[in-house]
Design a protein around this ligand. Sequence first.
Ligand SMILES: O=C(O)c1cccc(C(=O)CC[C@H]2O[C@@H](n3cnc4c(=O)[nH]cnc43)[C@H](O)[C@@H]2O)c1
Length: 216
Amino acid sequence: MTGLLVVTAVPAEAEAVRAGLPDADMVVVPVGVGPAVAGAATARLLALAEAAGRPYQGVVSAGVAGGFAGAVAVGGTVLGTRSVAADLGAESPAGFIPVDELGMPPELLGGGVAIAADPDLLATLQSNLPEATVGAVLTVSTVTGTARSTEELRRRHPDAVAEAMEGYGVGVAAAHAGLPFVELRTVSNPIGPRDRDAWRMREALAALTTAAAALA
Ligand SMILES: O=C(O)c1cccc(C(=O)CC[C@H]2O[C@@H](n3cnc4c(=O)[nH]cnc43)[C@H](O)[C@@H]2O)c1
């Protein structure tokens, strides 16, 4: 695929992606952790490329993620059907209220509380990665670390297969630039009660290198 901008959170993820694309003419940039910094940095990269007369043709948010048990195993690969701002909203005694249910004008919500994957980009990656689990990827600003919040996320987003921290922000940047977007993740840890010993970062980075070949 030509003209894609691939953004990751951290340099180790960018290196893993590049290792799977030895000959590809693809730009891979670590843009930082969390939706705000990743979104802002991606928007700047897209604007600079456009101003230079060499606009990108699409944007991929790539990296490691937590996986929901039963949906995807550690070491597995995920393709996002949409990237959901899962913690953007308001708490209330009756529970969490998503931002799009707070009565704000829709134009203030950018692309809404979820950015859908581009159907063509997703279909191409799905055919290159038939073993990938396909579903919604949640974007959170805080890594989920209790059974209670895990169950709450599952209840609110039954189609979710994974969570990470950048997809929605990167997706908003792509949407503002009018570009196709997709999120590609490999699973480093199960989502649930915090257990740092259960993280398998090396395995997830190796899987990311394998999955990145699908972008070539
Ligand atoms: O909790 C820690 O001690 C810790 C130490 C190093 C890194 C982290 C991260 O949270 C890295 C987050 C990074 O990776 C993605 N990611 C991976 N697993 C998850 C998850 O279960 N929930 C949310 N994000 C996850 C995320 O996109 C960040 O870029 C933690």
